[in-house]
Structure formats: structure tokens, C-alpha cells
Design a protein around this ligand. Structure first.
Ligand code: CO
Length: 334
């Protein structure tokens, strides 16, 4: 039996040292014993609760949802790729060290992923190595650094390093475009994030990253890979019909679907079924976006209730695939 492993959850510490002398960095306003608000400058970014930082609360929720293991990743607002490399490194170290503390009470069930100062790939490799030695099991990265996408030569160097040291990579959309049109109805989250992730997969494929990197790279994209699965046909058609602009990868885009994983947090059975058909049952892992309101609760509900999945396939989605991704042992039978 595989363990049930949720590869997409986030943490926020209950406070941290001042990150910078500038006033546009995130800080935490403590509202009560169990509640706080992430502030950016004087603006409220997100209200959160103790499920962000308290292992006991997380473990109780995991028990309720029958989840054995969570991958505990940073919350993207703290990536800080727009800071100087030195500032980015300092912020990464602060959060990575506190992530270990949050996971310490149950390290076999709460598996930390670090963040790195991706604006400086050499520092990013250095911090990844430090974190892997300290107990992190992989890394979460934002899907772009300003105008640089995942095919940027520095980011590709970092991904190469991840492949070399066997660190799994979780790609999370962040820093979405903003405009009056996108600032209504959570549109940055509801249309921006899926488009960002879709663009990242284009960068990996059309930017030739999968052609250059070894197949050993373990990389997973959040939110079911965004809009990619639904529009792979459009991409494929463009690759053949506009070879002058799009036909730049060695193979047609559909040939790369075995090179990456996606999580399962797509909320309805029809979308999950499309993912299974397009990226394959061996490349989907349970994810929830816990503990945020746009996450799935109970965790894994859509996978567990999917009538089109066999019991064997459900087990792969719920944890078998993630055991390989994370190099975790299967559950020991007693
Ligand atoms: Co998330």
C-alpha cells in the first residue's frame, strides 16, 4: 500500500525577523492566538490561521482527510525574486530554517520543500544544497523571475543542478499580471495562475529545456498544470502549422507529456479525467493547496470518488507516484 501524499500544501510561520529596511516586504499582523494577516506594506494580502504554522493543527486536519504525508512548501508571496540576490538569499534562509522547525514535530509526515533566490542561480544552487543537507526534501520555485521564464539560461542551470542532486522541483505560479481587468473576482488567481503555469510548460517545451535537461529531472506543476492539458491540441496544431514561430522544440509538444508531473487539484472529475488522458495516470499526484480557501477539502475527494479510475490507479494518484517523486519508501505493512 502506498501512503497518501499531498504534494501541494503551504506554510506561513507565525512571525519572522524584519526582512528588509524597505516597507514593501511582507510582514505578519497577529490578530489573535490562532489568526493572523499577511500584510504587504499597509495592505492586507491574506488572512490566515494556525493551520499555516502549527503542526498539531495540520496533523489533525490530515487525520480527518486521511492524508499520511504533506509536502510543506513556501507561500509564493515570500519568494522575493525581485529583491537583490543578497536580500533574496537572506529571506530564503529565514523561511527555510523556520520551515524545518514547523515540520520538526512530525518530520516523517510533514516534508519540507525549500525556497531559493532564483534571481541568482548560483546562490539558488548553494541554498538548495544547504537545505537538502538540513532536511528539506525538494524545492518549490515560482514559475518566472520577472521577465525570465523557465527557459532562461540561469534557471535552466538551476534545474540542471536539481536533476544532478536528485531534488524534486515543484513549480508554483506567482506574480501574476495585474490590471484593472484582472483585479476583480480574484481573476489573478482564477485566470492568471492557470495561464502562468501554461506559459511555463510552453517555456519548458518550446524553449528546448526538456531537450537539454536529463530525463532524470523530477518536476511537477501546480494546479493540474494550469490550462495546458485543455489546450495541448492547439499548441500541437501551432507546432505543425506555424513551424516558423512555434516548431522550435526537437519533437512535437505532445511528445513531452511524460517529462513532467502535475498535481490533482482541479476540483471536478471531468478535468481530472482530461488530465489522465493527456498527461497519463503515472504523472499526476495528489495536491490540495491546503490550507488556503482555493484548495480542495476534503483533500483527495475528486480522486477518491473518480469512477473512471481503477483502485490501482487511485493508489498511484493518491501516493504511489509521489513516493517515487519524493524517493519515499512505500508504507510498511505490519
Ligand atoms: Co498553492
Amino acid at each position: 500500500m502506498s501512503q497518501v501524499i499531498d504534494v501541494h500544501t503551504h506554510y506561513v510561520p507565525r512571525g519572522w525577523p524584519a526582512l528588509s529596511d524597505k516597507d514593501d516586504v511582507p510582514w505578519l499582523r497577529i490578530d489573535s492566538e490562532r489568526e493572523a494577516t499577511i500584510m504587504v506594506g499597509s495592505k492586507e494580502f491574506r488572512r490566515i490561521a494556525d493551520d499555516c504554522w502549527d503542526a498539531r493543527v495540520r496533523l489533525a486536519d490530515m487525520g480527518g482527510d486521511s492524508v499520511d504525508v504533506q509536502v510543506v512548501s513556501p507561500t509564493p508571496v515570500f519568494f522575493s525574486y525581485d529583491r537583490t540576490p543578497a536580500e533574496g538569499m537572506k529571506i530564503a534562509k529565514i523561511f527555510n530554517d523556520v520551515a524545518l522547525e514547523i515540520c520538526d514535530p512530525a518530520r516523517h509526515r510533514l516534508v519540507p520543500f525549500c525556497q531559493v533566490p532564483l534571481q541568482d542561480p548560483e546562490l539558488a544552487c548553494e541554498e538548495l544544497d544547504r537545505c537538502l543537507a538540513a532536511g528539506h526534501r525538494g524545492v518549490e520555485i515560482g514559475n518566472h523571475v520577472g521577465d525570465r521564464d523557465l527557459d532562461d539560461s540561469g534557471i535552466v542551470m538551476f534545474l540542471q543542478h536539481c536533476a544532478q542532486v536528485g531534488a524534486p522541483v515543484f513549480v508554483h505560479p506567482w506574480d501574476m499580471p495585474t490590471s484593472p481587468r484582472l483585479n476583480r473576482w480574484m481573476s489573478q488567481w482564477l485566470t492568471g495562475m492557470p495561464a502562468e503555469t501554461h506559459l511555463s510548460l510552453l517555456a519548458m517545451i518550446l524553449g528546448g529545456v526538456f531537450d537539454r535537461l536529463p530525463e532524470t529531472l523530477k518536476i511537477c506543476f501546480a494546479h493540474g498544470g494550469g490550462s495546458f492539458a485543455f489546450w495541448l491540441g492547439r499548441l500541437e496544431n501551432a507546432w505543425y502549422e506555424r513551424q516558423d514561430l512555434v516548431g522550435v522544440s526537437e519533437k512535437p509538444p505532445s511528445q513531452y507529456t511524460g517529462r513532467f508531473s502535475v498535481d490533482s487539484v482541479v476540483f471536478n472529475p471531468a478535468s481530472l479525467r482530461l488530465l489522465v488522458d493527456v498527461v497519463g495516470v503515472e504523472n499526476i499526484m495528489l495536491g490540495s493547496d491546503y490550507p488556503y480557501p482555493l484548495g480542495e477539502r476534503p483533500v483527495g475527494q475528486v480522486v477518491r470518488q473518480a469512477e473512471f479510475l481503477s483502485d490501482t490507479d487511485k493508489e498511484r494518484l493518491l501516493g504511489g507516484n509521489a513516493e517515487s517523486f519524493l524517493s519515499l519508501p512505500a508504507r510498511q505493512e505490519v
